[in-house]
Design a protein around this ligand. Sequence first.
Ligand code: GS8
Length: 222
Amino acid sequence: MANRVILLDVECSMFGMRARLALAEKGIQYERKEENLADKSPLLLEMNPVHKKIPVLIHDGKPICESLVVVQYIDEVWKDKSPAFLPSDPYGRAKARFWADFIDKKVYDAGRRIWSTKGEDRETAKKDMMDALKLVEVELGDDTYFGGDNFGFLDIALITFCSWFHAYEVFGNFSFEDHCPKLIAWAKRCMEKESVSKSLADPNKVCESLLLLGKNYGGVDQ
Ligand code: GS8
């Protein structure tokens, strides 16, 4: 069937949420299949034999892997549907891609260390998270969105991490609002968009699943 879109996804994954949000922004109908990462489906293993990870967008039988690649693919394939995610100028596009890559390298890694380590390692992870987010906050400046007046690629790349902020706060016993209030104000603006609020996982659910997983690692600071 032409234009059949399937998303292999996991509800609480910030990477899966990016694909859901991009599809919601463009108003694309699709079938969502929840994966169990402890027992991956034959379809996931067939569609992403290299990394065996979600999200995978399957468009007319062809797999597209890696969340940022998926978001850009959606932007290109449905370019006739607004909004455009990436800016029209090459420099704007390069900057958006640079910061999305920075988020995947620095913010994701620091977040993982916040819930999976303890003691000094967790303190270092918290500092790394704040240092990274402060740089991101400078990039936002006084704009409404990272895409300026338009919610765009970098907004999609980062907002899905906000579902995890509550869990990071619980594990690390700190407040994002105290450290990066401008970023939290941006997150609240984004959440006012229906596409965002309906695509993101419930922060309490993310936290509960991490508490189950995290107690095998560092646990929660008392
Ligand atoms: C990361 C995807 C990923 O880590 C992207 O799509 O942007 N760089 C990739 N997916 C995880 C779930 S979210 O934590 C996953 O599928 N893990 C399964 C595994 O590692 O076996």
